[in-house]
Design a binder for this molecule. Sequence first.
Ligand SMILES: *Cc1c(COP(=O)(O)O)cnc(C)c1O
Length: 447
Amino acid sequence: MTTRVGGPSLPQKRELLTAIPGPKSVELMARRKAAVSSGVGGTLPVFAVAAGGGVIVDVDGNSFIDLGAGIAVTNIGNASPHVVKAVQDQVAAFTHTCFMVTPYESYVQVCEELNRLTPGDHEKRSALFNSGAEAVENAVKIARSYTGRQKVVVFDHAYHGRTNLTMALTAKNMPYKHNFGPFAPEVYRVPMSYPFHDGGLSGAEAAKRAIAKIDKEVGADEVAAILIEPIQGEGGFIVPADGFLPALVEYAHKHGIVFIADEIQTGFCRTGAWFACEHEGIVPDLMTTAKGIAGGLPLSAVTGRAEIMDSVHGGGLGGTYGGNPVACVAALAAIRTMEEQDAVSAYKHIESVMWTRLEAMQAKHGVFGDIRGRGGMIAVEFVKPGTDEPDADRCGRVAKYCHERGVLVLTAGTYGNVIRFLPPMTIGDDLLQEGLDMIDEAIAATA
Ligand SMILES: *Cc1c(COP(=O)(O)O)cnc(C)c1O
């Protein structure tokens, strides 16, 4: 098999040498089918050998423009140099001791960095885990322990993971929950602020609607936590109307409820700020992070107010691998890269490029009901022209058209009619423009 070096040195171009999938990918797809559970999802039928900058190269030598960053993970680019070096050094020193058994400095350093970078200048603590879902579960455990209450309020269109508790917290049945119940109890869903489908409801009005439901159906003084993505990810990059989040924070604090921001997809500069809460000036009590935290290595965290984080009994939090040393040094290297390369500005730039192009496409084709998002987290919602009726079919065909021509895009949304763009910040302007050209072409070709 081809050996290639990834990272930023990879030629930055879209290039197809074979049909998609090429012969080697076809062969691997057959082996995958025979060996891997068909329950595991798939987007592109090609197998990667290298990635970096703004491209992913497959086993047949095809080079794809990457507008997905492994679902908002490789925000600083794949095989990013500081991360590669830190990981190489760490694996050669030691790979694991279990932080609960024999601690190491990098775990503490990651917690220090998270406490420093997350919103609010109050005293904070962090705890590290492996996956986003695990962080969300732990945030709920901590909030319950602190408040002595059990109920958790979540929102329509929410996505918080695929473990039993986080399936209960996630809104969408197919594919995340279908046939997988029974789900964890004491989870209550209330309406989100979804400007495009809300008929112009303001943030304050949408908050009032959600709060009325909490008051009447849940009972404010029985709620341990209100859990929300400040911009919903899998739900379709839904940006709540201004004022929605601050009203919820105010309500939570009035009633002794822990406000948890799930920044697993929005965090680490992705939205043109270190954390999406900053756009609304809110300070969550607890925050969950994962995805973009460690340049592609599995790591997640809960960060929050010291008195909440320290309310749990000793030994109540942990896990064998949580805060693995290789992942921790990768996180430190990723954070250093974001600071050195001003990832916040890089994503603001990407936002302005994408916004201009997508608005021009809308003027030309009229198929987007909504263009929304912040920074490098922008989505378009496909509707039947002139209506607000979701057009999942068109959306799917546009994505497929792009995939077959070497541009990797991801879909999302409760109605399956959203294309979400999550390019790595290392994508060059030319490549980003070329990727957007392909969207434009795909919309025309699928009319
Ligand atoms: C991806 C995601 C999760 C789950 O993270 P995993 O690492 O896949 O368990 C939770 N919340 C949000 C907002 C996410 O985007």
